[in-house]
Design a protein around this ligand. Structure first.
Ligand SMILES: Cc1cc2nc3c(=O)[nH]c(=O)nc-3n(C[C@H](O)[C@H](O)[C@H](O)COP(=O)(O)OP(=O)(O)OC[C@H]3O[C@@H](n4cnc5c(N)ncnc54)[C@H](O)[C@@H]3O)c2cc1C
Length: 327
């Protein structure tokens, strides 16, 4: 056997695991389905311009996202702040509102605050990163829309919270568990600051700088274009079999692919395994991030809203040759 561990998936999670295992003295092979590393982070040239842009994960907050903060420090990766929004718009209740420092009309703010207080109160019952399958929390495993229903009679409040949940979780608020949203709120120190603001720090040389640093550190072997079709438990070893029929043997396998891929991978899990049930249910998020090159945009525009196909817009960069482009 050439390897001790097969890491399936070359996103940031898989690469971090591979790096740590390699540092621990294990011989590691990363099997990545695509022809590139990084997964849901992808720093890519934008069209035929000289700019690069983030097609996926982009921003973080070093104060609360401690794992990413640790990696930035470890590799001394330069970071940069996205331009702060200066021109705010919000589209709610079918109306386009110029939002200065208030996300909803001023007379509605007390109603929004009541809803936010309720969300924060409930988030205090959740410990970020802990097991959520606790009987004490089962009453919170309801659609997020149900959690905020008592406050959603007020149209602007209902729509603003829907916009936030859809942006953060990539699906309709009726499709995401309140428990998942509350974990997020708990992870941001029991605040809803991501509602009015958002993490704005990003990698100066793109997420690719972290992906490359992780891939080069530790010396794990990397196999690209190697989608794993099944993982077989052969007793004293495991086998990762790719869709192309290649078999890789190792002592252990570590799966670092999104939950929504698990149904497509033959996994050595008992039929009644909770992981199998989780894979069958899947995660509801299916949002897409769109970049467009646009002329005549107000400088440093940020906009959010509910009821249309876009729930959030921000300017990414200014291109003097060709106007502005946003994500
Ligand atoms: C549009 C978008 C915007 C986001 N914005 C932010 C943000 O601003 N801030 C933030 O913190 N997070 C953001 N995220 C989330 C963040 O990008 C992810 O949480 C993170 O990148 C997930 O890393 P991962 O390694 O767990 O999974 P992934 O990056 O999904 O990596 C999994 C890898 O497994 C591979 N794979 C899948 N199936 C197989 C198989 N059968 N065999 C082999 N390989 C396989 C995939 O190709 C992929 O490379 C965003 C995500 C998206 C999609």
């Amino acid at each position: 056997m050439h390897h001790d561990v097969l890491v399936i998936g070359g996103g940031i999670a898989g690469l971090t695991a591979a790096r740590d295992l390699a540092h621990g003295g294990y011989r590691v092979l990363v099997l990545e389905a695509r022809d590139r590393l990084g997964g849901r982070t992808w720093w890519k040239r934008f069209g035929d311009t000289d700019h690069h842009t983030e097609m996926g994960g982009t921003w973080f907050d070093e104060g609360t996202q401690l794992n990413i903060a640790r990696e930035i420090q470890r590799y001394s990766l330069p970071t940069v702040l996205s331009p702060a929004g200066q021109e705010f718009r919000v589209s709610l209740g079918g109306r386009s509102l110029a939002r200065h420092d208030q996300p909803v009309p001023l007379d509605v703010r007390p109603d929004l605050d009541k809803a936010l207080d309720h969300i924060v109160d409930q988030s205090r019952r959740v410990t970020f990163g802990s097991d959520l399958d606790s009987p004490d929390l089962h009453d919170l495993d309801i659609p997020f829309s149900e959690l905020v229903a008592p406050f959603s009679d007020q149209l602007y409040v209902g729509e603003y919270l829907s916009m936030w949940a859809a942006f953060a979780f990539g699906c309709d608020p009726s499709e995401v568990s309140a428990l998942q949203v509350l974990t997020w709120v708990a992870g941001y120190d029991n605040t809803t600051w991501t509602l009015d603001d958002a993490p704005a720090t990003k990698f100066a040389q793109g997420t690719a700088s972290l992906v490359e640093a992780l891939a080069q550190d530790g010396g794990a072997e990397i196999g690209l274009s190697a989608p794993v079709a099944s993982i077989v438990d052969a007793g004293d070893h495991v086998m990762g079999i790719t869709t192309g029929g290649e078999t890789h043997k190792a002592r252990f396998a570590l799966l670092a692919t999104p939950v929504n891929t698990w149904e497509d991978i033959g996994l050595p899990l008992p039929a009644d395994s909770p992981k199998r049930a989780f894979a069958a249910e899947g995660l509801a998020g299916h949002a897409a991030k769109l970049h467009a090159l646009v002329d005549d945009v107000p400088e440093f525009l940020m906009a959010s809203g509910w009821g249309g196909p876009l729930c959030w817009v921000s300017e990414q960069a200014n291109s003097t040759e060709a106007g502005c482009w946003w994500a």
